[in-house]
Design a protein around this ligand. Structure first.
Ligand code: NAD
Ligand code: 0WE
Length: 277
């Protein structure tokens, strides 16, 4: 992935936008950023805390981006300063990429009903769902009519995925928020969509219980018989954020090799993944 080539073009020429959620070169937001940049977009980035600046700064600089804002979505002051910096530097923006999720580690294992605490639930929904509503409202205030926003979601919102637990509930809220935001911003021709990506090896997917099995199962049970390529997610983001996506709003678009559409996996592939002959 790191060395894959993004063909250059002009689909995003003259457009400016904010990318929230780059932690390192494996971040889904970084694949999206490179795709948008290759199509002529001008980008600003947020990073969660001082520790991540070391990783995000060289990435931003590598695509000629100089607007970097520290932003923790649970901290109103950093949200204020991020969007006021954009207004000062650019005046208007054209798009927003939201690729942020978090739940306490103790909330992402074992029994959902037993392990989900009030604080864990609140914090997961605050960081992973409300932050899109909040960033979306602030972005809309300085967005040109005809702009576009996306967020990243996962199938755990629609179906039970072991250990995803409260994050599944947060993603369901995020997808519903996407639809309500789309309705509110529709009169300004601002589109709001979600991309539901299959499992991808990023920091957020590292260290999840039974991770190896999940990647093997997704590969075996998906129509394309492979794990999700972040390039596909970046391509979908380009479509939704550019004028190619005209008339598409309130949508949750799956980029997962078809995994979500399969009722029962192909017998042979499944046996191979489970090591049964
Ligand atoms: P990642 O770890 O690279 O990105 C997650 C980002 O969330 C990080 O940049 C982190 O700094 C940020 N974040 C967490 N808490 C924050 C806070 N309080 N304030 C500001 N930023 C905060 O992992 P990723 O897989 O690229 O995740 C990006 C998005 O994609 C997430 O919404 C995730 O749920 C979604 N997603 C991931 C996968 C996958 O398998 N990796 C699949 C589908 C959807
Ligand atoms: O949305 C996600 C993961 C988001 C995430 C990851 C972490 C890990 C570190 C949220 N909070 C935390 N908290 C931490 O302490 N994904 C779609 C990736 C993912 O995570 C899973 C998955 C998949 C897929 C967790 C359990 C089961 C499947």
């Amino acid at each position: 992935m790191a060395d894959q080539h993004f063909p250059t073009g002009t689909l995003m020429a003259g457009k400016r936008g904010l990318v929230m959620g780059v932690a390192n070169k494996n971040s889904i937001a970084w694949a999206i950023a490179r795709q948008l940049s290759s199509q002529g977009a001008e980008l600003a980035f947020t990073y969660q805390g001082e520790a991540l600046l070391r990783r995000v700064k060289p990435l931003a600089e590598s695509i000629g981006s100089s607007i970097l804002c520290e932003c923790d979505v649970t901290n109103d002051e950093t949200m204020d300063s991020t969007f006021s910096k954009l207004e000062t530097e650019w005046g208007k923006i054209d798009f927003l990429v939201h690729a942020i999720a978090f739940a306490g580690k103790d909330q992402l294992a074992g029994s959902f009903i037993e392990n989900t605490t009030r604080e864990g639930f609140k914090s997961a929904l605050d960081i992973s769902a409300y932050s899109f509503v909040d960033a979306g409202r602030r972005a809309a205030e300085i967005m040109n009519d005809g702009g576009s926003m996306i967020t990243l979601t996962y199938l755990g919102s629609e179906r039970v995925i072991p250990n995803y637990n409260v994050m599944g509930v947060a993603k369901a809220a995020l997808e519903a928020s996407t639809r309500y935001m789309a309705a509110d911003l529709g009169p300004r021709q601002i589109r709001v969509n979600a991309i539901s990506a299959g499992p991808i090896k990023t920091l957020a997917a590292a260290g999840i219980g039974s991770g190896r099995h999940m990647f093997r199962f997704n590969k075996a049970a998906s129509s394309l018989q492979d794990n999700t390529d972040p390039m596909g997610v970046a391509g979908a983001a380009l479509y939704l954020l550019s004028d190619l996506g005209l008339s598409c709003t309130g949508e949750t678009h799956h980029v997962d090799g078809g995994f979500h559409s399969v009722g029962m996996p192909q017998e042979l592939a499944l046996k191979e993944s489970l090591g049964i002959s």
